[in-house]
Design a binder for this molecule. Structure first.
Ligand code: ZN
Length: 284
């Protein structure tokens, strides 16, 4: 299944994107896509509801805003330097075990919402990423069992302010958590929709110019390893998001460096997870 949420910010309703691409309203299912939904038998119940009702459910108009495809989760855990080529362009070495950091969940927006360049920003940057959605509470999970804890996958642009992140004393969180810095979607693809999560192309353009073009084959630490590893430091709640890192091609990695400006349009996509598009706006 492909789970969507649609409608005005803060008042999104659940929906589904069907095999033929039609988006339908799943409000009648009676539950939003949140921690309780993912942690219980929400996906199984939704699949049953869909097989009985989806074909005759109301269509969501094509111009309707898409929201983030899940309700605000308890946390977003990000993985840094998880592609060798990106570590190299960042002037860093691949770490012996995953580098992880947090991104504030208040940064989450819909896939095609405007992204606000924050006040005082000079170095707003992009990062196309495969993100994992956790399907059940995970604590001290063995790597061989870790896929049982994955509900699905979603496209994420891990926007980053490099000055805040790297030049303002301390941890990366300041440069990762600004409002609108986490566009998620267009949809969550449940695990069964993706034949091999470790063989997906991911790409990003800025104003139609190719910037990133990588493959999840190059992940240093793969999906089950990351779920298991992070679960040894914190409990992953159902609905939590793990963003698995970005391949090469971010602004800060290339001379001459050109960060994002008002009016720029960023588009990105991953095989099987759709694509998204954000216009940059100045803070006001
Ligand atoms: Zn990232």
């Amino acid at each position: 299944m492909k789970l969507i949420r649609f409608g005005p910010p803060g008042a999104e309703r659940p929906g589904l994107q069907l095999e033929n691409g039609r988006r339908v309203d799943a409000s009648a299912f009676g539950a939003d896509y949140d921690e309780v939904f993912f942690g219980g038998d929400g996906l199984e119940r939704l699949a049953r509801w869909a097989s009985d009702n989806a074909e005759r459910a109301p269509t969501v108009a094509a111009d309707t805003r898409l929201g983030p495809p899940l309700r605000r989760p308890s946390k977003i855990v990000c993985v840094g330097l998880n592609y060798r080529d990106h570590a190299r362009e960042s002037g860093m070495t691949v770490p012996p075990e995953p580098v992880i950091f947090m991104k504030a969940t208040s940064a989450i927006v819909g896939p095609n919402d405007d992204v606000i360049i924050p006040r005082g920003s000079t170095k707003t940057d992009w990062e196309v990423e495969l993100a994992i959605v956790i399907g059940k509470r995970a604590s001290y999970v063995a790597e061989r069992d870790a896929m049982e804890y994955v509900a699905g996958y979603v496209l994420h642009n891990d926007y980053s302010e490099r000055h805040f992140q790297l030049e303002r004393a301390g941890q990366w969180v300041k440069g990762k958590s600004c409002d609108t810095f986490a566009p998620l979607g267009p949809f969550i693809a449940t695990k069964d929709e993706i034949a091999d999560v470790h063989d997906l192309r991911l790409w990003l353009t800025v104003n139609d110019e190719a910037k990133q073009d990588g493959t999840t084959r190059d992940l240093v630490f793969n999906v089950p390893m990351l779920v298991s590893y992070i679960s040894h430091f914190m409990t992953l709640c159902s609905g939590d998001v793990i963003s698995t890192g970005t391949p090469a091609g971010v602004a800060s990695g290339h001379a001459p460096v050109r960060f994002l400006h008002e009016g720029d349009v960023v588009e990105l996509g991953i095989d099987g997870l759709g694509h998204s598009r954000q216009r940059l706006r100045a803070w006001a």
